[in-house]
Ligand binder design. Structure first.
Ligand code: NAI
Length: 391
């Protein structure tokens, strides 16, 4: 095995690195020799307000002898973040698009502004920041880009369905007082053997990060079921899913366009304990899901020797894997009708043990073409048999 993977002489820009996952990426890359621009707007979990959280991470890096500088711009103005790297360190080699927040709305209740805010930060923010870094990467014929998607992007997400694996035995109507003196009323769900979960009404009134430091006064306790939680936690799904899936599309195309300039882009699907997820993750998993366990995978995606491009890479708690599309066996009929589609839906959709995994539009077209040619041959044979003289 070769020695430690290092980033000496390289400059990394990490957005949203004032806490959570981004902070761990910053600490690891800096410890291995990179100079880091620690960007963070310092907003709350739902994207409100500003603070200088990036300063703390910069200080941590400097205390350990590393090089780092803070930047407080929103990724909506990503060119300013990239400019900080150029002004302070003279170059940029690595861009980790990590900044993000959650908006707590179901599709039915979603306002245009919620949709726009999520897209402006997650998808457009990554686009603007990456576009600013791209000319530098092209000029130096080197760049590493990570985009951050999520399970919501891969699968969609209705409510906090993670909860539904837990047994909910009770619903408490509670009065909750936060450390900073705010007080609100709402539901808590009693989970068998775990920390009580916040109902949607309390999540809306409490900033999630204040939950564990809060004092709870019980008002009323009723028996509960897991389905209560699903109904109660009608959390943002559509806008987050759409933006996060959009990042996969962006990443796949950037990977192709960057290939001949040695610009490698990959998409990360992380899962970790952070202020965005502390009320979502099953309590028994929280310890293992520390963000520090995601950082090694990100370091490889940012490294000179990165072995993948356009990959969708999952990382959580020390586990890592890649995702790819799989095509079912499908049907092909040159005289397809709506009735035939409906009748054969099970065959169309059936998982095929020998399934192919097209990973480009051309590969998908090749599969389609092969299937249609086979169908045409079958049709020709059928006609031949039909027209053959009897006997
Ligand atoms: P976090 O809330 O700890 O970190 C996100 C950071 O982004 C915050 O420090 C926030 O201030 C910053 N930020 C928000 N809007 C910004 C903007 N406009 N410009 C610059 N910075 C901004 O959350 P976490 O969990 O570390 O999330 C990091 C990324 O990973 C996000 O994109 C999130 O959607 C994604 N993710 C996280 C998962 C998890 O399990 N923690 C699961 C799937 C995706």
């Amino acid at each position: 095995m070769e020695g430690e993977l290092r980033f000496d002489g390289q400059v990394a820009v990490i957005t949203g690195a004032g806490g959570g996952l981004g902070r761990e990426y910053a600490l690891l890359l800096a410890a291995r020799g990179a100079a880091v621009v620690v960007n963070d707007l310092g907003s709350s979990a739902d994207g409100q307000g500003r603070s200088k959280t990036a300063d703390r991470v910069v200080q941590e890096i400097k205390d350990k002898g590393g090089r780092a500088v803070a930047n407080y711009d929103s990724v909506e103005e990503g060119h300013k973040i990239v400019q900080t790297a150029i002004d302070e360190f003279g170059r940029i080699d690595i861009l980790i698009n990590n900044a993000g927040f959650l908006r707590d709305r179901s599709f039915a209740k979603m306002e245009e502004n919620d949709w726009d805010m999520i897209h402006r930060v997650h998808l457009r923010g990554a686009f603007v920041t990456t576009r600013a870094a791209w000319p530098h990467f092209r000029r130096q014929e080197y760049g590493r880009i990570v985009l951050t998607s999520s399970a919501a992007g891969l699968f969609g997400n209705f409510g906090q369905t993670n909860y539904s694996q837990l047994v909910v035995t009770g619903v408490i109507t509670a009065s909750v007082e936060t450390e900073d003196g705010r007080s609100c009323q709402g539901r808590l769900y009693v989970v068998d053997g775990g920390t009580p979960l916040l109902g949607r009404d309390l999540q809306k009134s409490l900033c999630i990060s204040t939950w564990h430091g809060s004092t709870v006064y019980e008002v009323d306790r009723q028996p509960g079921r897991s389905s209560d939680v699903e109904a109660g936690n009608d959390q943002d799904s559509a806008t987050q899913s759409a933006a996060k899936m959009g990042l996969i599309g962006l990443g796949k195309t950037l990977a192709l366009e960057g290939e001949r300039h040695n610009i490698i882009t990959n998409v990360l699907v992380p899962a970790a304990l952070s202020r965005l997820t502390e009320s979502l993750l099953p309590p028994e998993l929280q310890r293992q899901m520390a963000p520090v366990h995601v950082a090694p995978v990100v370091a490889v995606l940012c490294h000179r020797r990165c072995p993948a491009a356009g990959a969708v890479v999952e990382a959580a708690g020390g586990a890592a894997a890649t995702y790819r599309w799989q095509r079912s066996a499908g049907i092909a009929d040159l005289e397809l009708t709506p009735e035939k589609v409906l009748d054969q839906w099970e065959v169309l959709d059936a998982a095929d043990p020998a399934a192919e995994s097209p990973d480009t539009p051309a590969a998908q077209m090749a599969l389609l073409s092969r299937q249609l040619t086979d169908a045409a041959e079958r049709e020709a044979e059928r006609r031949e048999v039909e027209s053959a003289p009897a006997g």
